[in-house]
Ligand binder design. Structure first.
Ligand SMILES: Cc1ncc(COP(=O)(O)O)c(C=O)c1O
Length: 394
């Protein structure tokens, strides 16, 4: 097994959350996102689950898992981001077309502006969960959706997207290739791109996506009982959800914020390599990993603006470590259904906890209180059953 821990040499742990980062992510914009999202049918904060045995094994005081498996019936925190950003786009389009203030998302869902939204096609690339969020949002808010997947996105994940009435485009290559194909077609065909990653000149939508994720982080810190977490482990794909963790923690707690560790697959550790190099660094190749949601070779520059000064460490782990943690959580007390990308965070903790030198590097001691974000449940039940040996239902 390979475990590579890189302490972030650029981290700033002395100043409060900088004003220059607030136009990207802020608690004020997060309150707006929370109010909109709370109006969607079926909204409920996802639970925090104490895992005393994991804490014991890791030699820390407490391990708490934020369990996103039940999020809006979509199975991952991604339900919050893409659908929220799409709602913002549609509300602005309706306001521009018929005048007056932007309608609320509850009003959009009730059919306000349907004549406008019905002519709009939303589009994005996905390795499964983001596309499911955008397709679900499109169904809810009354627009069309075309979702791009690359060849290794599982059939179960494609079907879950198509179930919301979206059409699926399959493109060769990786997630990063699908991002480019989607944007090129959208420019030609007049579709609205709802991407979870950013690029030059394309920042507002991925900013809203990340602000939607921030609702999950705020829930976790609001629901937390007792002294706040000293450490947060979160998975990294393009870096969006990790940036939302850093921003919320930094603005809430300032320099006393928890240590944030971003966990990636060794085959796609673009964020860790960026920290090591001190500049945005891409990973090439086929990015082969079971952690489908983390199989991203190119960081989001917008997320990196927050992660570069704000994340404490980046950790690359192997598929075997994640598979073992999925089984461990399935048999845990209480059991948690954690998918291939979701289990990366607790697997990262277990990997670091074994080595005194890596413990020291992130100041992990017996008093540590660790929040691990399990970002998904069994988003492909067949894949889950193959890895864990039992079905998610059982
Ligand atoms: C379950 C899950 N966890 C984590 C991530 C990583 O999120 P980000 O790409 O914002 O870093 C993803 C991305 O698709 C995901 O689906």
């Amino acid at each position: 097994v390979t475990t590579i821990l890189t302490a972030n040499p650029a981290v700033d742990r002395t100043t409060p959350y900088p004003d220059r980062l607030k136009p990207i992510l802020s608690r004020a914009a997060g309150a707006h996102a929370a109010a909109e999202i709370a109006s969607w049918p079926g909204y409920a904060p996802t639970p925090l689950v104490d895992q005393p045995e994991l804490a014991n094994e890791a030699g820390v005081a407490r391990v708490v898992v934020k369990d996103e498996s039940g999020r809006f019936g979509l199975g991952s925190f991604k339900a919050l981001g893409g659908a929220y950003a799409l709602g913002r786009i549609l509300a602005a389009e309706v306001s521009a077309a018929i005048g007056g203030p932007a309608p609320s998302m509850a009003a959009l869902a009730d059919g306000v502006g349907a004549a406008v939204t019905g002519n709009i096609t939303a589009t994005c690339a996905t390795d499964g969960n983001h596309g499911r969020s955008v397709a679900w949002g499109a169904a809810k808010f009354g627009c069309k959706a075309v979702i791009y997947v690359h060849g290794t996105v599982s059939q179960g994940r494609r079907d879950a997207i198509a179930r919301f009435g979206a059409s699926i485009e399959v493109v060769p290559g990786t997630y990063d290739d699908a991002v480019r194909a989607c944007a090129a077609d959208a420019a030609r065909l007049g579709r609205r791109v709802v991407s979870d990653t950013s690029w030059d000149g394309y920042r507002d939508v991925p900013r809203d996506v990340m602000q939607g994720y921030g609702v999950m982080v705020a829930e976790a810190l609001d629901l937390w009982d007792g002294p706040p977490p000293t450490h947060v482990f979160v998975p990294g794909g393009v870096g969006g959800v990790a940036a939302s963790v850093v921003a919320e923690c930094w603005e809430r707690f300032g320099p006393a914020r928890p240590v944030v560790v971003v966990v990636e697959p060794t085959a796609a550790d673009c964020l860790r390599r960026s920290a090591e190099a001190g500049l945005l660094t891409a990973v090439g190749g086929d990015l082969d990993t079971i952690m489908a949601g983390l199989a991203c070779g190119e960081p989001s520059p917008l997320a990196w603006e927050i992660l570069s000064p704000g994340a404490d460490a980046f950790l690359a782990i192997d598929d075997d470590q994640v598979a073992a943690m999925m089984r461990r959580l399935a048999g845990g007390r209480p059991p948690i259904v954690s998918g291939e990308s979701g289990a990366a965070a607790p697997a990262g903790l277990a990997a670091v906890a074994r080595f005194p030198s890596s413990r020291r590097a992130i100041r992990l001691d017996r008093m540590a209180r660790v929040l691990c974000v399990s970002t998904e449940g069994a988003t492909d039940p067949e894949v889950y059953a193959r890895i864990v040996g039992v079905t998610p239902a059982s």
